[in-house]
Design a protein around this ligand. Structure first.
Ligand code: ATP
Ligand code: MG
Length: 267
């Protein structure tokens, strides 16, 4: 049974001790890529059934440091999936209108409907990460959010949504290399942001915020997975394995045909 990297609470716990390197979990990149493609085929089929069944919902949450690979994950995982059955939402700095509401307002509006898969590129977790690290609101405001998030996710779960949360765990060195590539390679220049360099200075604070988030918000109904993400091929495989396993459990079925179709004659 391959390691799913589901976060298991252990005290004392330090994110630093969890692997960023996927190579130790898989000996061979080519084999991993072959397995990934086979699983993606199965994912495409299961997604068709989920959409046709029109009963269950799947929510996939992606969080990572800058250059952690959220975009690449979405591109690779969703390739070939029927776009009508999937919605990707990227959460940016909240607008004035969003800030005038509670922090879950903009999230709740776009959670997946029946039959749908929702993918969050960043999420409500920004409200206990960037917001905490940069003191955008006081602790008295962000601390209760862990519990509010757990309750919110419980509501989604109890109303038919399976939730998978992936933290793409890269090392600080790997982030440096990826930023450098954004500077060096013309077709990656557009991704470079000076702001990201500012955030990099707060790496330890972000790690502490991620640690507490994992600690507080790993629940039976909405587990966190800490994915070793330095190697993109392993990251993709580990995430795809969890998604496909979950969809197999959800076991979506094509609906029953409408009466006896054999009797129907099309003039
Ligand atoms: P890329 O990784 O490709 O740069 P991105 O997800 O970083 O994509 P950007 O537009 O560069 O997209 O950045 C979005 C920014 O919005 C991030 O810095 C993120 O921390 C910030 N953000 C998201 N949600 C919130 C929030 N609730 N409060 C404050 N900032 C937020
Ligand atoms: Mg960015």
């Amino acid at each position: 049974m391959p390691n799913t990297h589901q976060f298991a609470l252990e005290r004392p716990f330090q994110l630093q001790t969890l692997p960023t390197d996927g190579k130790q979990f898989h000996p061979d990149r080519d084999v991993a890529e072959t397995e990934f493609k086979a699983l993606r085929k199965e994912f495409v089929q299961l997604q068709r059934q989920l959409y046709a069944e029109d009963k269950q919902k799947l929510l996939i949450v992606l969080q990572a440091m800058d250059a952690g690979g959220k975009d690449g994950t979405i591109r690779n995982i969703l390739k070939g999936v029927n776009p009508q059955g999937v919605r990707v939402h990227s959460f940016k700095v909240p607008s004035k209108e969003e800030l005038a509401h509670d922090f879950l307002w903009r999230i709740h509006k776009v959670v997946p409907a029946r039959g749908m898969i929702g993918v969050f590129n960043r999420s409500h977790y920004e409200d206990v990460l960037v917001v905490r690290v940069h003191n955008i609101v006081p602790e008295a405001v962000w601390r209760p959010r862990y519990e509010q998030i757990n309750q919110f996710e419980k509501l989604l779960h109890d109303t038919g949504t399976r939730i998978l949360k992936f933290y793409l765990h890269i090392s600080k060195d790997e982030q440096k290399e990826r930023f450098q590539a954004r500077l060096d390679e013309p077709d990656k220049n557009w991704k470079f942001s000076r702001e990201d360099l500012e955030k990099r200075k707060f790496w330890p604070d972000y790690m502490a915020a991620y640690e507490e988030m994992l600690h507080e918000c790993s629940t039976a109904w909405a587990p966190w997975y800490v994915i070793p993400a330095n190697q993109k091929w392993y990251r993709n495989l580990a995430i795809m394995r969890t998604i496909v396993n979950t969809l197999r459990e959800m076991n979506p079925q094509f609906p029953e045909a409408d009466g006896d179709l054999d009797q129907i004659v099309i003039e």
